[in-house]
Design a protein around this ligand. Structure first.
Ligand code: BES
Ligand code: MN
Ligand code: ZN
Length: 503
């Protein structure tokens, strides 16, 4: 889909459809008011006749509105006229996009950017308009014999900005929105792939393909033998039970000076988590194909960066393995030695994420990182604690936690901090090794965080547990693309900070 920005009056738009808002009860938005005025009260009459109440999510498509140059006018219900929240704004946009796509308008000019969204400026509204539109039109139909695509799909969408002065900022917002949306779609496509096809080797090939179509991106793949040389005993122990060989995928985005320390983002890429010998119950086990959503988010973020081209260095590391039961698989009670030298007693083979991440975190040292952020569908406990609104955020560095929290709020991809104090770490005591890989029934998300923290002592480090936010279950089953918006925003913020410091 093509996006752009424009300033101008609604009646002068030569387009298939002009989109405007109506509030409840039967109140026109300022732009709708303007259309009403030029059309001799056409819209007002319809509302009085009871055709539209303005309820949230209601739509009314009009043809031949007098004295306008457009083929149609789409009225979208916005609910009560008070300041809208972020999610409501995105839902209104999504409703408009679905209606346009289903009713034959191949292009449209959208004036919903005039709505007041609490604390948000026009740039935010344009960028999130682009993101919400792309989200509304996303489909994963690679494996459907019949694709149910619209006969006349929406191809071009113009977002209106109040004045000509707002055009440069608006265009910038479109570019950011597009880059992030493409990253989100890439993340979703990888995550939605079935686990028989999306295995560690597939992810490695996708990384190489991404490098092939991007500037500034260097990809390195470490195979099992190379990881053995590095003594990544924890990571390799997870891969032992699978026929699929593990891969460590390194994507170096080089936008800054060579000497500049990179931001390192690490993704959990368990392409299927059966639990291993501590096998999971079979209900909904298919959803464990999503246990590589941290990895998919790293791919999505790196791909967004290759479009946005910020002048920073960012390294994406993906630990890709499959966790399966097998004669060669790890047993509960096994002790393995991580790359750092720390020995780990595996008391549950289903707590595999931390085993692969700890070696990836140790490996990151070679990049001399400014910060290290890992992203993982790490614990079922996080789904219980925070549900699908906020992901879990844990960190050993307050300013980093603060920056990630802010990036989450401005991108509407929320994170909530959990404490990581020493007392919790005691739960990881093992009678036989330096650490156990499980911490008991209580505070499962935090003890997993403590486990990772042990390997991140020398860094400014944060951990995002995305188990509750990375995908939706049930009828709308599918990947969410989170936390690509949060991660990309965090990096954009660092870039802007750097530009401000240079001035
Ligand atoms: N990938 C799972 C976590 C998960 C479960 C994410 C369900 C989303 C939905 C992880 O590898 C796992 O199995 N964790 C265990 C840890 C436990 C054995 C300490 C869990 O959460 O039950
Ligand atoms: Mn598991
Ligand atoms: Zn897992």
């Amino acid at each position: 889909m093509e996006f752009s920005v424009k300033s101008g009056s609604p009646e002068k738009q030569r387009t298939a459809c002009v989109v405007v808002g109506v509030f409840e009860p039967r109140r026109l938005s300022p732009i709708a008011e303007q259309l009403d005025h030029v059309s001799g009260g056409f819209l007002g009459n319809l509302l009085r006749r009871g055709d539209m109440e303005g309820k949230f999510g209601q739509v009314l498509l009009l043809h031949n509105v007098p004295n306008t140059l457009c083929d149609r006018v789409l009225l979208v219900g916005c609910g009560r006229e008070r300041e809208l929240g972020d999610q409501q704004y995105r839902k209104i946009i999504a409703k408009a996009i679905h209606t346009l796509n289903d009713t034959g308008s191949m292009e449209a000019v959208c004036f919903l950017t005039e709505l007041n969204v609490k604390g948000r400026d026009i740039g935010w509204k344009v960028r999130h308009g682009v993101e919400a539109s792309t989200e509304a039109l996303y489909r994963f139909d690679k494996f459907k014999s019949k694709k149910d695509s619209a006969r006349r799909p929406l191809r071009k969408l113009v977002y209106s900005v109040p004045t000509r002065r707002d055009l440069p900022g608006g265009e910038q917002a479109v570019q950011e929105g597009l880059a992030i949306s493409n990253g989100i779609n890439f993340c979703k496509d990888l995550a939605n792939m079935p686990p028989n096809l999306c295995h560690p080797t597939y992810l490695a090939e996708e990384a190489q393909a991404l490098a092939g179509r991007s500037e500034n991106l260097k990809v390195t793949i470490l195979d099992q033998a190379e990881m053995e040389k590095l003594r990544m005993g924890a990571l390799l122990s997870v891969a032992r039970g699978s026929r699929q060989p593990p891969k460590l995928i390194i994507m170096e985005y080089k936008g800054g000076e060579k000497s500049e320390k990179p931001i390192v983002i690490i993704g959990k890429g368990v392409t299927f988590d059966s639990g291993g010998i501590s096998i999971k119950p079979s209900a909904n086990m298919d959803e464990m194909k999503y246990d590589m959503c941290g990895a998919a988010a790293v791919f999505g973020t790196i791909s967004a960066l290759t479009n946005l081209k910020p002048q920073l260095n960012v390294v994406g590391i993906v630990a890709a393995v499959e966790n399966m039961p097998d004669g060669n698989a790890s047993r509960p009670g096994d002790i393995v030695t991580s790359m750092s030298g720390t020995t780990i007693e595996i008391l549950n083979t289903d707590a595999e994420g931390r085993l692969i991440l700890c070696d990836a975190i140790t490996y990151a040292k070679k990049f001399n990182p400014s910060v290290v952020i890992d992203v993982a569908t790490l614990t079922g406990a996080c789904v219980v604690a925070l549900g699908s609104q906020h992901c879990g955020l844990m960190s050993n560095h307050n300013p980093l936690a603060h920056d990630l929290g802010n990036a989450g709020r401005s991108s509407t991809d929320l994170a909530w901090r959990l404490p990581l104090t020493e007392e919790y770490a005691e739960q990881l005591h093992s009678n036989f090794a330096d650490l156990s890989n499980i911490g008991g029934r209580e505070a499962g998300t935090i003890t997993a965080g403590c486990f990772l923290q042990h390997f991140a002592k020398r860094y400014q480090w944060a951990h995002l547990d995305i188990a509750g936010v990375a995908w939706k279950s049930g009828k709308e089953k599918g990947a969410s693309g989170r936390p690509v918006p949060l991660l990309t925003q965090y990096i954009i913020d660092r870039w802007h900070e750097k530009l401000a410091e240079a001035k």
